[in-house]
Design a protein around this ligand. Structure first.
Ligand SMILES: [Zn+2]
Length: 201
């Protein structure tokens, strides 16, 4: 699978495409691109998504909606708290290695339930919930004593830590970043305004 007929865009261009889509959504003037039967048929045998989104499962943060994108545009992994394990990492590596996607965005959001559960957990949580909270705990520990909005501060710290982990994930992602083929950004979605801000890239 190559990029036949498609001009490969850079990570910076991919980021700008996401942010301009988010501005359309935020300002209530979405174009709903790439959702026609023609687009569906065009993609039947191949895909060239321009961004990987590692986002939260939260029902209020669907990437195709908040970035105003359509079929074949985004390669999305959603897990509560936008955390990484080996299967998530494998999915991301597939997109970077096989689909040559130039951008990964780790997308946190306001009032995240998984981060909130981590903040308020004073004993081990039931079942596999503790797998999630254990993954988020380092971000909570980082900001717990800082003043202000601890929940949203922890969500941002978590996204930045996950992004940094991806940048340093050897060999696939690390080598792609070093070769200038891959950008890894951390971002934060404001539930109230609908806007996305970049935390690091
Ligand atoms: Zn969440």
């Amino acid at each position: 699978m190559g990029n036949s007929g498609c001009e490969r865009i850079t990570g910076d261009q991919a980021l700008e495409r996401l942010l301009s889509g988010n501005r359309r959504y935020r300002d209530a003037r979405p174009k709903h691109p790439n959702q026609t039967p023609d687009r569906r048929r065009e993609l039947e045998d191949e895909q060239h998504p321009f961004a990987v989104i590692l986002g939260c499962s939260d029902s209020r943060v669907p990437p195709e909606v908040i970035f105003d994108q359509g079929l074949g545009d985004l390669f999305i992994i959603r897990v509560a708290g936008n955390v990484v394990d080996n299967m998530v990492l494998g999915s991301i590596q597939y997109a970077v290695s096989y689909l040559r996607t130039p951008l990964i965005m780790v997308l946190a959001h306001a009032n995240c339930g998984a981060v909130s559960a981590t903040l308020s957990a004073h004993h081990p949580l039931e079942g596999q919930l503790s797998c999630l909270t254990n993954a988020i705990q380092p971000a909570v520990d980082l900001v717990r004593d800082q003043p202000g909005d601890t929940l949203n501060r922890a969500s941002k710290a978590n996204a930045e830590m996950v992004a940094e982990r991806l940048r340093n994930s050897k060999p696939v992602l690390f080598d792609s970043v070093r070769a200038g083929m891959l950008t890894v950004a951390a971002a934060y979605y404001n539930l109230g305004t609908g806007g996305v801000e970049i935390l690091s890239q």
